[in-house]
Design a protein around this ligand. Structure first.
Ligand code: GLU
Length: 324
């Protein structure tokens, strides 16, 4: 099978990881992605990103669908409605990732790496961005793909050879961005032997194969974008447009996380919150004309990515759950 890139103007995707229920921060990013795609007249794809077996919980995939529907979002393709580019659950797409990894092996763009996390920490000499871990020092980079056969039972990962130099893109939200992935993270993992693909590979293969035209997601994923752009280049595919929106913070100024049970959509649903009040607050946070209750569909015509404030949005739950 040869992977062929699809092109579908305006196509967008919602790509949740089923790791424990969506919160208001996810709701905002997904609402933005949905609005951008609906406004552009493209299809919306729902893809469940459940490759991280240690974190993904099967029942959480169902609750993601319930959360998104409660919010008033819909999709044209997804695990429950199917579509031309399915399956839409990553754990069911392993053959496609295997094929793409084989392409990278054949081109000697990946090599088998037997370093443990501790090896890399010890070898790291340069300071590193907090979330990114140390830059991989290239210990195994002299191996060829074929050397994997001689590793016997040793566990190893496939690392992508990152070329030197910055990677730039024109972010739909942040403007021109430039990151040098050789200096931040270095050669990155695209798969683990016996365990399948890593996020960076799977997401690129899926977005290309599903014809995604705009990838709109939280700005915690900015450091992934130059790596993904390198993979597009390696496969000879045209990348989608990327837009990274600021995450939502709680009243304490910290990023919303699963620890904030009160802002989980399931908790709001159980408490009888009207989702249109939440969407109304989210709409106001996006610079839309103020309205206490809105449905996502009401916002499509007025939506403007350029109107969204660049600073993090402080969620104040009273706006949607007061008076209950
Ligand atoms: N599944 C990823 C997450 O929930 C998002 C991946 C992406 O948007 O590229 O963090």
């Amino acid at each position: 099978m040869t992977l062929r890139q699809e092109r579908r103007p305006g196509a967008g995707r919602l790509a949740p990881s089923p790791t424990g229920g969506l919160h208001v921060g996810h709701a905002r990013s997904f609402l933005i992605a949905w609005l951008a795609s609906r406004q552009a007249g493209g299809p919306v794809v729902l893809r469940i990103e459940d490759l991280d077996a240690s974190r993904a919980r099967p029942e959480a995939a169902d609750s993601v669908l319930v959360d998104l529907r409660w919010l008033g979002l819909d999709w044209d393709e997804g695990p429950d409605v199917d579509g031309p580019f399915g399956p839409y659950i990553q754990s069911q797409r392993r053959t496609i990732y295997e094929e793409s990894l084989n392409q990278l092996k054949a081109a000697e763009l990946v090599y088998p790496c037997t370093c443990t996390r501790a090896d890399i920490e010890r070898a790291a000499s340069a300071p590193h961005a907090e979330d990114e871990g140390p830059t991989y020092p290239g210990t195994c980079a002299n191996r060829s793909a074929a050397d994997a056969a001689g590793l016997g039972d040793r566990p190893f990962a496939w690392r992508f050879r990152v070329p030197a130099g910055p990677v730039a893109w024109d972010d739909l939200f942040l403007g021109t961005r430039e990151i040098d992935p050789a200096r931040i993270g270095g050669d990155f993992i695209v798969g683990r032997n016996g365990q399948g693909p890593a996020y960076q590979l799977a997401v690129v293969v899926d977005d290309a194969f599903m014809g995604i035209d705009q990838v709109i997601r939280g700005d915690d994923l900015v450091p992934s974008t130059p790596r993904q752009l390198l993979l597009y280049r390696a496969f000879g595919w045209t990348p989608p447009r990327f837009g990274h929106v600021p995450l939502v913070v709680g009243p304490d100024g910290r990023r919303l996380a699963k620890r904030d049970g009160s802002i989980k959509l399931s908790a709001l649903r159980d408490a009888g919150v009207d989702p249109r009040r939440l969407v109304g607050s989210l709409a106001a946070s996006l610079g839309a004309p103020s309205s206490t209750r809105s449905s996502p569909g009401d916002l499509i015509s007025e939506f403007d990515l350029a109107e969204i404030p660049t600073s993090a949005w402080v969620a104040s739950p009273a706006a949607w759950s007061d008076g209950l």
